[in-house]
Write a protein that binds this ligand. Sequence first.
Ligand SMILES: Cc1cc2nc3c(=O)[nH]c(=O)nc-3n(C[C@H](O)[C@H](O)[C@H](O)COP(=O)(O)OP(=O)(O)OC[C@H]3O[C@@H](n4cnc5c(N)ncnc54)[C@H](O)[C@@H]3O)c2cc1C
Length: 157
Amino acid sequence: MLATRIELDGRRATGVSYRRPDGQTATAQARREIILCCGALNSPKLLELSGIGGGAVLREIGIAPAVELPGVGENLRDHYAVRMTAKVRNVATINEKTRGWRLMKEAALWALGRPSILALSPSLVHVFWKSDEALDRPDLQITFTPASYPRGHRRTA
Ligand SMILES: Cc1cc2nc3c(=O)[nH]c(=O)nc-3n(C[C@H](O)[C@H](O)[C@H](O)COP(=O)(O)OP(=O)(O)OC[C@H]3O[C@@H](n4cnc5c(N)ncnc54)[C@H](O)[C@@H]3O)c2cc1C
């Protein structure tokens, strides 16, 4: 079902309108709260479709502003990732443990509730780091994965 609009009573969100599979529109009333979790792009889109956002932006696309919130839909940033890979010797990485009989062994360990790489997140170490001590929050992230991936796609101009 596709949420199409957050219903408001003044500045208070009271329900969500949505399109049913048969094409009809229905509204669900919230008893306590609405959790908006449509993802990084669709969450601000649904807010804006509901009249919640920057007044000038909304007016430009023909939506009457109901709640002025200029931050909605702004500051989306892509993160640039540099991937560095190193060859290792005499160490079993996730690459080896997820091939052939070793994968069967890991699956069996997992099924028995024993420690297994199937229960691990690929990135096991995360570092949040400031590029400048004067910053009030980290702006760099380092992750360590005991595995390697195929080379990423190259973008051609
Ligand atoms: C390629 C890729 C790799 C990633 N790898 C990792 C990783 O290794 N580790 C990590 O922690 N994070 C990773 N992430 C990030 C992670 O996937 C997101 O941070 C996370 O999924 C965000 O969860 P969410 O519930 O906020 O939104 P989403 O997972 O985007 O879920 C939003 C949901 O809302 C639905 N929806 C959208 N609009 C509407 C609507 N109008 N009505 C009804 N439903 C709607 C969508 O269909 C979707 O199901 C990765 C992301 C990508 C794209």
